[in-house]
Design a protein around this ligand. Structure first.
Ligand code: HEC
Length: 137
């Protein structure tokens, strides 16, 4: 009797262990986190990955979801307002003054027929453009 209980318990333990291993396999390789550790840090110290810098190149590439526009307040509104007519490339290559952004906005509305959004959305988008694609800052 005891023998059966012990055997089935052992069988259950093996099953659980198997499930645990399968779950562990699906997880990300923990060593990947260490790949970005700062130069000269102790490779045996697992906490160095926490202090590792985010890849600056990836951050500059912008948000894929919004045509590569850099993340920030207004990125999503800018994307939907502007890609109705052209890609975000034409925006991303700009480095102009605040005044020029105001002019471009007016030109887009008056000459190209861009639909004016709500005033708050317009302000949000212009602030986003002036912040991210500026020759002044
Ligand atoms: C109604 C259509 C339309 C919308 C919406 C629109 N544009 Fe344009 N935009 C144009 C056209 C047309 C051009 C000229 C394209 C060309 O020269 O090939 C242009 C050109 C530009 C240029 C280049 C100007 C230059 O100096 O050559 C910039 C910058 C620009 N748009 C920014 C924006 C931004 C930012 C938005 C969103 C706020 C936007 N556009 C929304 C139609 C539009």
């Amino acid at each position: 009797m005891f023998d059966i209980v012990t055997k089935s318990a052992a069988g259950l333990a093996v099953l659980l262990l198997g499930a645990g291993l399968a779950a562990a396999e699906a997880r990300l390789d923990p060593m990947q986190a260490l790949a970005g550790r700062p130069a000269g840090s102790n490779p045996l110290d697992p906490t160095t990955a926490i202090g590792a810098k985010v890849d600056a190149g990836a951050a500059r590439a912008g948000n894929e979801e919004f045509g590569g526009l850099p993340d920030g307040e207004g990125a999503e509104d800018t994307y939907y307002q502007c890609v109705a007519c052209h890609s975000t490339e034409i925006i991303k290559q700009q480095r102009v003054t605040d005044h020029r952004w105001d002019e471009l906005w007016t030109w887009m509305v008056e000459a190209q027929g861009m639909v004016e959004p709500e005033p708050e959305t317009k302000a949000l988008i212009l602030t986003y453009l002036k912040t991210n694609f500026s020759s002044e800052r």
